[in-house]
Ligand binder design. Sequence first.
Ligand SMILES: Nc1ncnc2c1ncn2[C@@H]1O[C@H](COP(=O)(O)OP(=O)(O)OP(=O)(O)O)[C@@H](O)[C@H]1O
Ligand SMILES: [Mg+2]
Length: 222
Amino acid sequence: MNIIELKNIKKIYGKNSAETIALKNINLSIKKGEMIAIMGPSGCGKSTLLNIIGCIDVPNNGTYSLNGQEINKLNFNKLAKIRNKNISFVFQEFALLKEFSVLDNVILPLNFRKMTFKEKRLSALKYLKKLQIEDLANKKVINLSGGQQQRVAIARSLVQESELILADEPTGALDQENGKNIMSILKNLNKDEGKTIIIVTHDMNIAKYCDKIINMRDGVIL
Ligand SMILES: Nc1ncnc2c1ncn2[C@@H]1O[C@H](COP(=O)(O)OP(=O)(O)OP(=O)(O)O)[C@@H](O)[C@H]1O
Ligand SMILES: [Mg+2]
């Protein structure tokens, strides 16, 4: 079964002389349990595509079905629920709350769930441990290095335990060893738990962990 189906997706930013056609005509199907890399030069539309798949942006044209459900037919509340429950997103710019602690940031997505505080805390600590940053739990994000912040962003996304994991350059700020650690965590989630994973990356060493590589240029898939 296809978890993701994009048909004739077009995305335009701005108007008139400031217009940018970020995605021209994207057709893409992704099966449940696939692990996919999206590659291509800067500005070719990778983040735009991932944002649409993650339901944090909407296309100007075309249809997007997630698990057989057409996204553009859903209201705001329904969409917010789907995002929180079904989609784990790792942002290119991390999007962390900088004045809050690491633990608070990782707990955040669980605040929309029916869980006790103790359950949330344990769950967050489990992922901090996985990413080898449990000793940073009580530190403010603003005081962390770029690579540490990136791992917090990944923990915050994985704690949702969603079936679909979307990661925009998840290893961009990391050294080789931490990059490898992240990729083996993602590969295990894919193999053992059947998670569908889409990773945007410039790095061939990261892409080779994936089953398939999608190459983009100027708003189209090659
Ligand atoms: N909010 C926006 N407003 C206007 N133009 C935008 C916006 N977001 C993206 N664009 C433009 O759309 C095109 C695709 O951008 P996108 O961020 O998807 O590229 P990318 O492939 O992720 O690049 P990078 O590898 O540098 O992250 C670019 O030309 C960019 O300038
Ligand atoms: Mg990008």
